[in-house]
Ligand binder design. Structure first.
Ligand SMILES: NC(=O)c1ccc[n+]([C@@H]2O[C@H](COP(=O)([O-])OP(=O)(O)OC[C@H]3O[C@@H](n4cnc5c(N)ncnc54)[C@H](OP(=O)(O)O)[C@@H]3O)[C@@H](O)[C@H]2O)c1
Length: 297
C-alpha cells in the first residue's frame, strides 16, 4: 500500500471518504467501503463502524450481533475532564501494575486493589511511590474518578457495582476459556467480553482498552503525538465520553486511538483477531479491525 494520509483520520474528524478508501485501497475491505459516505461531521468511530458494516454486508449479511446490546440502558451523565486525576485500578497484576506505572508517569494518582486485600500490595505501592496507595476493590472503585478493571475475566461479576455507578470503567479483560471456564454466550459469539462487564455494571460507562497490548509494552512502546511509528490502540464503548476518556489516556501514555464504535463490535479486537496483541499504527489497526471475522457459532 502506498503513502496514505493517516494524519487525516484524527481524533474526531475524518477528512473524507478518500482517506479511508486510501487506507484500505486494494484490499477486500476496500471494495466493501465503496458506497460509504463520510463527511466532516462524522467521527472516526462512525467511519470505522461504517466500513465494518459495509464489509459485513459485502460478505453476505455479517454476523448476528445486535446493534445495541443494552437497549434502554442509560447511565447517569458522566463528564470527562482533566480534573479526573485519580484512577482506581481493580486488579494489580501484569496489566494493572503496568497501567499504574504509565499513568503515574503521566501525572495520575492511583488506588490499587487485588483480591487478597490491600495489605498484600505493600511492595507494589512502595515501588509506585507517593502517588499510589492500596485499598479494597470497593475502596479503589469509590476513590477513582474513573476505574480500570483488569482481573482474570472469570472474576468480572465480583467487581463491585454500587461504587462504580455513574463512572467510566475501562475494561482490559480478555476471555480465555482455558483460564476462565466456558461462557456460552462468548463461545457462541452472542456477547462480547466488555458487553458482559457493561451488563454487570449497568449504571457505569464501560470502554474497552489495553486488552490487545502486552503488559510490558504499555510502559515501553509509547511515543509522542505525531511520531510516525506511534502505535495505535483500539477502544470501544456505547458512551462517547468513555471512548473520549480512553483516547485522552492513550494519548497521554503515548498511543494513538482508533474508536471502533459500540461494545457490540468490540469482538473485533478480542482474542485471536488480526488486531489482537500486534504492534500496529493507526492505519494498520483500522485495516486489522476491518479484517476481523467472528467465528460461526
Ligand atoms: N498480561 C497481559 O499481557 C494482558 C494483556 C492484555 C489484556 N490482559 C487481560 O487483562 C486482565 C488482567 O490480566 P493480568 O495479566 O494483569 O492478570 P494477572 O497478572 O493474573 O493479575 C490479575 C489481578 O486481578 C486480581 N484479582 C483477581 N480477582 C479479583 C477480584 N475478584 N477483585 C479484585 N482483584 C482481583 C488479582 O489479585 P490477586 O493476585 O490478589 O488474586 C491480580 O492482582 C485479564 O483479563 C487478561 O486476559 C492481559
Amino acid at each position: 500500500m502506498g503513502e496514505v494520509p493517516v494524519a487525516g483520520v484524527v481524533d474526531h474528524h475524518v477528512e473524507g471518504p478518500e482517506v479511508l478508501r486510501g487506507l484500505l485501497h486494494g484490499s477486500e475491505v476496500g471494495a466493501a467501503v465503496g458506497d460509504v459516505a463520510l463527511d466532516r461531521q462524522h467521527g472516526v468511530a462512525q467511519a470505522v463502524h461504517k466500513i465494518i458494516k459495509g464489509l459485513d454486508r459485502a460478505r453476505g449479511g455479517g454476523h448476528p450481533v445486535a446493534e445495541d446490546q443494552h437497549p434502554g440502558m442509560r447511565a447517569p451523565p458522566a463528564t470527562v475532564t482533566r480534573s479526573m486525576t485519580t484512577i482506581g485500578i481493580i486488579g494489580a497484576g501484569q496489566i494493572g501494575s503496568q497501567v499504574a506505572r504509565a499513568a503515574i508517569t503521566a501525572g495520575y494518582d492511583i488506588v490499587m486493589a487485588n483480591s487478597r486485600g490491600p495489605e498484600t500490595l505493600g511492595d507494589l505501592v512502595a515501588e509506585l511511590g507517593p502517588k499510589a496507595r492500596a485499598d479494597s476493590a470497593e475502596g479503589a472503585a469509590a476513590a477513582g474518578d474513573f476505574v480500570v478493571v483488569t482481573v482474570p475475566f472469570k472474576a468480572y461479576e465480583e467487581v463491585p457495582v454500587a461504587p462504580l455507578v455513574g463512572k467510566i470503567v475501562i475494561d482490559t479483560n480478555n476471555y480465555y476459556f482455558e483460564r476462565d471456564g466456558h461462557i456460552a454466550s462468548l463461545d457462541q459469539g452472542l456477547d462480547t467480553v466488555s458487553g458482559l462487564l457493561q451488563r454487570h455494571l449497568p449504571q457505569s460507562r464501560v470502554a474497552k482498552a489495553f486488552n490487545h497490548i502486552k503488559a510490558e509494552d504499555i510502559t515501553t512502546d509509547g511515543f509522542p503525538t505525531g511520531s510516525p511509528q506511534r502505535r495505535a490502540l483500539a477502544t470501544s464503548s456505547d458512551f462517547e465520553e468513555a471512548a473520549e476518556l480512553v483516547q485522552r489516556l492513550y494519548d497521554e501514555l503515548g498511543f494513538d486511538t482508533v474508536n471502533l464504535g459500540p461494545l457490540a463490535d468490540s469482538w473485533r479486537v478480542e482474542r485471536d483477531q488480526p488486531a489482537y496483541v500486534v504492534r500496529q499504527t493507526r492505519h494498520e489497526l483500522i485495516e486489522n479491525l476491518a479484517r476481523a471475522e467472528r467465528p460461526a457459532a
